[in-house]
Design a protein around this ligand. Sequence first.
Ligand SMILES: [Zn+2]
Length: 393
Amino acid sequence: MRYSLIFFLLLLTGFAWGQDAHKIHFDAILVDTHNDFLSKAVDDQKVFDTNLKGITHSDLARMFKGGVKVQMFSIFCDDQFGKGSAFKKANQELDSLFAIVARNPKSMQMVYSYGELMKAVKNHRLACMAGVEGGHMIEDNLDYLDSFYRRGVRYMTLTWNNSTSWATSAADESRKAFLVTPYGLTEVGKQVVRKMNDMGMMIDVSHIGEKTFWDAMAITSKPVLASHSSVYALCPFYRNLKDDQIKAIAKNGGVIQVNFYSGFLDSNYFKNINAFLKSHEDERDSLQALHLPPYLIIDYFSKKYTQDFDHMRAPLSLLLDHIDYIVKLVGVDYVGLGSDFDGIESAPQGLDGVEDYPKITEGLLKRGYSEKDIKKILGGNFLRVFKANDKYH
Ligand SMILES: [Zn+2]
């Protein structure tokens, strides 16, 4: 009898906890600053406003199910695109975003300022903005920056994995040969940063090399954004942020939006992937012969060998560890969420797509975070940075 009473009380507490988490989650303004769905729309003809469960991480209905209020869609093309093609490709993705929003005027809205964003949230519409993931898409032409801004781009990652003529990437700076002449941000690069500051386009420090990072931090007049970056101390991958970088972003009043990719959270992930690739050497070699970049080769295997890849997913607790680490290092005001959904082949266990965001709130509540702090992490911190950058707020 007594045991059943204890069991009943435990059940009740658990239920209350779930209720609390649910209320906090759906009251909060949940912002995600990096979703790559537009690449799926343009390259794979996936339609956002249809049911894509089991196919992609995101679709419109699941955004609402997951409580997402603000989505920054990544505009992305890799380094196979350059002068004469990268800007065009970026605009195709923007066109696709406009088309999706135009088809769904009651549930989605492009927003261009902090004020519009808050109004869209109040009207229960998914507030949509874009972020250009890689400075190569301006093709060394500052006028293209103006064009992007007018079309709703509110951040630009100074580089993707490829360096531009004016900024070096983390991938390039991590290569030994490159360290002989690290150039960081050139004079043109500094012009780009100043122009972005003046326009109200956030400087995104994800993907950029350390030299570029410190050069940008020295001149930016506004708080910066790391739209999708995790913690180097917990997972020493070249494009994760080191402690001194995290401290500098906090000092600048910026925000680090933690990336969900298993490979950036869990230092075992790439060891496991490499062992897997070794055991599928012939297949890998035939893909390499087609000159596919490594990230597309891993993507191919992840779709074919779903069970193997399922076992390699990082635990959800590790994502929370990355958030905890930043909070312990610099405080709760400088961390948020930058999922990288639909740009990664592996998200943590339990996070199958955007519908699973509530699990993060549950996890944070269980770790003792207050409602106020959880709301900061889910979006409040980002909104502070966006407002500080937005000249129309
Ligand atoms: Zn990225």
